[in-house]
Design a protein around this ligand. Structure first.
Ligand code: GLU
Length: 491
């Protein structure tokens, strides 16, 4: 029987997580749920200098927003904790000491100044940079002298100078490294903190991780990890590296391309369902055509075999399209609830708050075909809310009508509309079509001037529906304002 799958997401709390990191967590989670395994959250917080306030919260918030629940982790606990590396320092120290004792690692007393000088020298000679192993064979006397001088050493791994280290990646296939390209890397710093390589190996082993899923940027770390595994006598996990996400210019997705953290996408008004579906498809596919898939379908059908080696392209147009599809799949109630905070945030400040929820619910069916993000709604629908419209007189008289005709049309419309009882869609249509005939203009001309008068725009949702939602009082007030605007314009 094979062991149950255990995968981990191991972020360093250094800021708001990049959407690419969260995609890695998604693959971990999907794979764990697909196989009935466990998804573990481990916080790699040993790099004290890079730690940022609020980063842990942002990581957890991102995972929760996407619905990626973890089975073990800092807050939920588990049998293999603690899940903060900063609370596991003893384990790394013990592993490093064991490696020193068995001759696979050694104490190095070189000063940062010496290492810097060495680096410069190597650079000048155009040599590969790396530690020159000067402390590798210190005699016990030499060591004792350094200790007596109070120098606190680092622990370096004794990397073999010949041979190869290779592994089979489940996506990239066989990967081979020449050992002579690796130096005797530091595992434990002089302050007792481990470097990533040591901590990662110790924890992946201790936490019984079966598959390490992460982006291709970490492939170059694998030979170091394998050397440590071998020296400790541990079985390494399976490796699954996937391509990093790139923008339209094929460069790694960065701030230059726009939003990069998952929470930024949330704040623009992309739905979690969209992000889950979209991010999964950057690098995995069911077949060569299926785009819209529920979380359940993805979990059910997921396989590492169908993860790609190339083309992790972040297509913003596709993201917008997909978000539109998910937005239109929501009920009016649901979409209204989701839109409210966005309207509240992005509508002009002079609009009275709190916004009327029932009014928003009437607007939603009219705008949902036309928005791709929740944030879009404010710019698209602000005319429903503002108190006073700024009419553009030239737009009021557009469409082959002179100002006189437009004025007459608006005045007659005002008069006719003020006597309407229901002011609903059908009544508006049944009244306004004959009115155009009476005025001797085309229905389209009348509707166009009324559209501009009631919304100050020439493109809106369907006119009668829009007017019905605006309501009689607002429409008449706006038509009156348009009339006086035109009067002034003519004078
Ligand atoms: N702490 C590393 C990161 O920030 C983890 C890399 C890994 O998954 O091994 O992504």
């Amino acid at each position: 029987m094979t062991e149950p799958v255990r995968v981990r997401f191991a972020p360093s709390p250094t800021g708001k997580p990049h959407v690419g990191n969260i995609r890695t967590a998604m693959y971990d989670w999907i794979f764990a749920r697909h196989t009935g395994g466990k998804f573990i959250l481990r916080i790699e917080d040993t790099d004290v200098a890079r730690k940022k306030e609020g980063a842990l919260e942002a990581i957890m918030e991102s995972l929760k927003w996407l619905g990626l629940d973890w089975d073990e982790g800092p807050d939920v606990g588990g049998d293999y904790g603690p899940y903060f590396q900063s609370q596991r320092l003893e384990l790394y120290k013990a592993a490093a000491e064991r490696l020193v004792a068995q001759g696979d690692a050694y104490y190095c007393y070189c000063s940062p100044e010496r290492l810097e000088a060495l680096r410069k020298e190597q650079e000048a000679r155009k040599q590969l940079s790396g530690y020159d192993r000067s402390c590798r064979n210190l005699s016990p006397q030499e060591r004792a002298a350094k200790e007596a001088a109070g120098i606190r050493p680092v622990v370096r791994f004794k990397t073999p100078e010949q041979g190869q280290t290779s592994f089979h990646d489940l996506i990239y296939g066989d990967v081979v490294f020449e050992n002579n390209t690796l130096d005797d890397f530091v595992m434990l710093k002089s302050d007792g903190y481990p470097v990533y390589h040591l901590a990662s190996v110790v924890d992946d082993h201790a936490m019984k991780i079966t598959h390490v899923i992460r982006d291709e940027g970490w492939i170059s770390s694998v030979p170091r990890h394998l050397l440590i595994y071998k020296a400790l006598g541990y079985e390494p996990p399976q490796y699954v590296h996937h391509p990093v996400i790139v923008g339209a210019d094929r460069a790694k997705l960065s701030k230059r391309h726009g939003a990069v953290s998952l929470l930024d996408f949330r704040d623009i008004g992309y739905l979690p369902e969209t992000m889950f579906n979209f991010l999964t498809l950057i690098g995995w596919s069911l077949d060569d055509k299926t785009e819209i898939m529920t979380r359940e379908q993805i979990v059910k059908n997921f396989s590492i075999e169908r993860m790609g080696k190339t083309g992790a392209f972040f297509n913003t147009d596709k993201l917008d399209w997909m978000n539109g599809v998910y937005i239109r799949g929501l009920t009016v109630e649901d979409l209204s609830d989701k839109l409210l905070p966005f309207l509240d945030k992005y509508l002009p400040p002079e609009i009275k708050r709190p916004l009327d929820v029932n009014y928003v619910k009437q607007i939603v069916p009219l705008i949902r075909e036309r928005i791709n993000t929740l944030k879009d709604a404010a710019a698209y629908a602000d005319f429903f809310f503002v108190d006073k419209l700024e009419h553009d007189a030239s737009k009021l008289v557009d469409k082959k009508m002179d100002a006189e005709t437009a004025l007459t049309a608006l005045k007659s419309a005002e008069e006719t509309l003020s006597s309407l009882e229901n002011f609903d869609r059908d009544e508006l249509e049944n009244t306004l079509r004959p009115l155009a005939d009476d005025l001797g203009i085309k229905a389209g001309q009348l509707f166009s001037v009324l559209r501009v008068a009631t919304t100050a725009r020439d493109a809106t949702p369907p006119l009668f529906e829009t007017m019905a939602v605006l309501g009689k009082e607002r429409c008449l007030k706006r038509i009156k304002a348009a009339i006086s605007r035109l009067n002034n314009h003519r004078d």
